[in-house]
Design a protein around this ligand. Structure first.
Ligand code: GRF
Length: 194
């Protein structure tokens, strides 16, 4: 689609499972005049995901995937993605593992945001693990998704200081603010490289 600014927007699908603050933030960025992307589709494995409420007013399409049958679910997702001409998939708090087959189909086009300084603290419970290990810094990372958990090539990373009185909750809130700055930046870098 060509906008009046002459900027051709890249079509994005965002996959979520929960709160969706990163989704909300990506939508906000997508609405800026100079933004290079448009959120066309939101996919969720959770019909109660809070993030889904937010997209209503923007008339963004949503697809709820029943993950009981993984292969069927992914066949449906691929159909939706193709129908909407999706170029890039952004995982944002998506709590399901995608199959190697799916990842292969969209090689180099799926990115994720993770709340740690990867390669440290892959997986869940990152903030508590960083605190338990008395780390001085944690942070967030946007990376490509490959078939290994949180192990794809890093696009951008932001270091965040850990304070003496930090709790997992405090640290997670502080890092989330940085996630909201990092994700759109990383996405625009990827788009410019395509
Ligand atoms: C974020 O911390 C993200 O890094 C992780 O899941 C959380 C999702 O938060 N993958 P939200 O749903 O975007 O608010």
């Amino acid at each position: 689609m060509l906008k009046s600014t002459g900027v051709k927007k890249t079509n994005i699908a965002v996959f979520i499972s929960g709160t969706g603050t990163n989704l909300k933030n990506l939508i906000k960025h997508s609405l800026k005049k100079r933004s290079k992307f448009k959120i066309k589709l939101v996919v969720s494995n959770n019909s109660n995901a809070k993030g889904l409420e937010y997209i209503k007013k923007f008339k963004i399409k949503k697809k709820i995937i029943n993950y009981k049958n993984l292969t069927n679910s992914e066949i449906h997702i691929v159909n939706y993605l193709n129908k909407e001409n999706i170029n890039i998939i952004c995982l944002a708090g998506f709590m399901r593992i995608l199959t190697a087959n799916f990842i292969k189909k969209f090689k180099g086009k799926i990115i994720n945001i993770h709340p740690s300084l990867l390669p440290k603290y892959k997986g869940l419970n990152t903030h508590q693990r960083a605190l338990d290990n008395k780390e001085k810094y944690s942070g967030c990372t946007v990376h490509f998704v490959n078939s290994k958990l949180d192990a794809g090539k890093i696009i951008l990373q932001k270091k965040v200081k850990i304070f003496k009185n930090d709790t997992s909750e405090k640290l997670s809130k502080r890092i989330l603010k940085h996630e909201h700055l990092l994700y759109p930046k990383a996405l625009e870098i990827l788009i410019s490289s395509l």
